[in-house]
Ligand binder design. Structure first.
Ligand code: ACO
Length: 215
């Protein structure tokens, strides 16, 4: 009988986590899909993997007759009130690249939301990526992964979990978990220095919605 378990990512599983993210997260995630080229930059991948040592990344593992495989992942890491400046600095550093365009969008969101100051907490566990294999979507696996990250945030003493939902599906999912909407930025309003739309995501995605859960 098939069974899906959610557990922490081990440090030696970086390659397996990235192989999964490339196939089932990056290929569809609206910021990645909405900028060219389709493949994420090395700096983007490095950033996601740098979160593993925090112990705040989780895998969903399916066990079936043929063996085990990763069918879901969540990548999260801590942030504090320095986040708006740090993301702006990173966006400037990577200007002119795909990761730079993505960081420019995330910097606009970070500056507008500034969740640690807004909610007067020293830190937040921020969810950077959530992906589920299409073969097992619609079974609340994304919610199970988010719940594992939330539990870990509590154990680590964070008083907030935050997430910038770039996809309508992840926004719906976190609403169902009791997250509150803090901010909405429509993709059509995000422009680059030449006045062109910065990110052109595929339908039905229309905005980046920032949500928080107070712990
Ligand atoms: N396309 C079409 N339908 C979808 C998708 C999708 N990408 N995702 C979920 N659904 C549907 C499900 O089939 C289900 O339909 P049903 O109620 O008719 O059965 C319904 O939406 C609810 O699904 P959930 O169980 O809540 O979603 P699930 O946990 O399976 O997956 C997730 C949600 C993780 C966001 C998934 O869509 C995904 O991996 N997307 C690609 C990567 C991505 O965009 N991630 C989110 C970016 S934001 C961020 O990472 C912080």
């Amino acid at each position: 009988m098939e069974e899906i378990q959610v557990r922490q990512v081990k440090e030696e599983e970086a390659d397996q986590l990235m192989a999964f993210l490339l196939k089932h997260y990056y290929a569809e995630e609206p910021l990645t899909a909405g900028t060219s080229p389709p493949e994420p930059d090395a700096a983007d991948k490095e950033f996601l993997l740098s979160n593993i040592p925090h112990g705040t990344c989780f895998l969903a593992i399916l066990t079936e007759a043929q063996g085990q495989r990763i069918v879901g992942a969540v990548v999260a890491g801590p942030k504090d009130a320095t986040a708006p400046q740090e993301v702006a600095d990173e966006a400037a550093k990577h200007a002119g690249t795909k990761w730079g365009r993505i960081l420019t969008a995330l910097s606009a969101v970070e500056t507008a939301t500034d969740v640690c100051r807004r909610f007067q907490v020293p830190s937040s566990l921020h969810v950077h990526a959530l992906g589920v294999d299409p073969a097992v979507r619609g079974r609340a696996l994304g919610a199970r992964l988010m719940t594992a990250a939330i539990q870990q945030a509590r154990e680590l003493g964070h008083r907030l979990v935050s997430v910038d939902c770039t996809s309508v599906y992840s926004a719906r999912l976190v609403c169902g978990l009791g997250f509150e909407l803090v901010h909405t930025l429509r993709y059509e309003h995000l422009k680059d220095s030449a006045g062109e739309q910065l990110i052109r995501p595929p339908a039905p995605h229309e905005s980046i919605q920032t949500f928080v859960l107070r712990l």
